[in-house]
Ligand binder design. Structure first.
Ligand SMILES: [Ca+2]
Ligand SMILES: [Ca+2]
Ligand SMILES: [Ca+2]
Ligand SMILES: [Ca+2]
Length: 206
C-alpha cells in the first residue's frame, strides 16, 4: 500500500496529542493538535483555523466533546508547567471558557459519560502524580482516585466493561507508568498496568 502525505502543518515542536473531530458542526472534521504550549485547529487540508497559546503550560493531552451549551464541541486540555498543571476548556472557536490550576501536572484527559447523576458529559483527567480526577463541565473536581505512589497516569479510556446496577454503566480504564530514576520524563517506557473501576466503588477497595 502506498501512503502519501496529503498536506502538512508544522507546529515547530513535538506534537503530543492529536484528534480529528467536527468541533464546529459544519459536517467536516477538523484536526486538533497539541504542541508545546499551543493547541492548533486545522481544516482538512491542514490550513490553520485558530490556535490557542496557554503561555507557560505545555499541553500534554487534548480531547473534544460537547460539554456545554456553547456552539459545537468544547476542547479539554491537560497541561503541565514544572510540577503543576492546569485544566483548560476552550470553545469551538478557541475562546477560553475556564481554566483550573492543580498542584499536579496533568498528563492525560478524556471526555465521556461517567456519572448519570451529573447532567451532561464528564471530564476524566490523569496526573503525573498518580491521581485520576473526575471533573464536571464547569471544571469542578468532585472526586479523585490514587493509582499508587510512584506511578504516572499515561492513558485513559471510558467504556462499558462490566454489568452494573444503578446509574453508572461505564467504567474507566487507567494506563499507568512507573518511571525509573533515569527516566523521569513522561516519555518513559517502563512498566504499565491497567485497571477498570466503576464510579460506585471509586472511593472504596476494588
Ligand atoms: Ca467541522
Ligand atoms: Ca458545546
Ligand atoms: Ca454525566
Ligand atoms: Ca459497566
Amino acid at each position: 500500500m502506498l501512503l502519501e502525505a496529503y498536506a502538512n502543518f508544522s507546529t515547530g515542536f513535538l506534537v503530543d496529542s492529536l484528534e480529528a473531530s467536527d468541533i464546529n458542526n459544519d459536517g467536516q472534521n477538523e484536526i486538533l493538535a497539541a504542541s508545546n504550549s499551543d493547541v492548533y485547529v486545522l481544516n482538512s487540508t491542514c490550513g490553520l483555523i485558530w490556535n490557542y497559546d496557554t503561555g507557560a503550560y505545555v499541553v500534554n493531552s487534548l480531547y473534544s466533546g460537547d460539554l456545554t451549551a456553547d456552539d459545537g464541541e468544547e476542547i479539554v486540555l491537560g497541561t503541565k508547567s514544572g510540577s503543576n498543571g492546569n485544566y483548560y476548556l476552550l470553545n469551538s472557536t478557541g475562546g477560553l471558557l475556564w481554566n483550573r490550576t492543580h498542584s499536579d501536572a496533568i498528563s492525560y484527559v478524556i471526555v465521556g459519560e461517567f456519572d448519570n447523576l451529573n447532567s451532561g458529559l464528564e471530564i476524566v483527567g490523569g496526573t503525573e502524580n498518580f491521581k485520576v480526577h473526575l471533573l464536571d463541565s464547569a471544571g469542578n473536581i468532585y472526586w479523585d482516585y490514587s493509582t499508587g505512589s510512584g506511578t504516572q497516569v499515561s492513558a485513559l479510556a471510558i467504556g462499558n466493561l462490566s454489568e452494573d446496577t444503578g446509574n453508572n454503566a461505564n467504567e474507566i480504564v487507567i494506563g499507568t507508568k512507573a518511571p525509573s530514576a533515569q527516566t523521569t520524563s513522561r516519555y518513559s517506557t517502563s512498566t504499565a498496568s491497567r485497571q477498570t473501576r466503576p464510579l460506585t466503588s471509586a472511593l472504596t477497595a476494588w
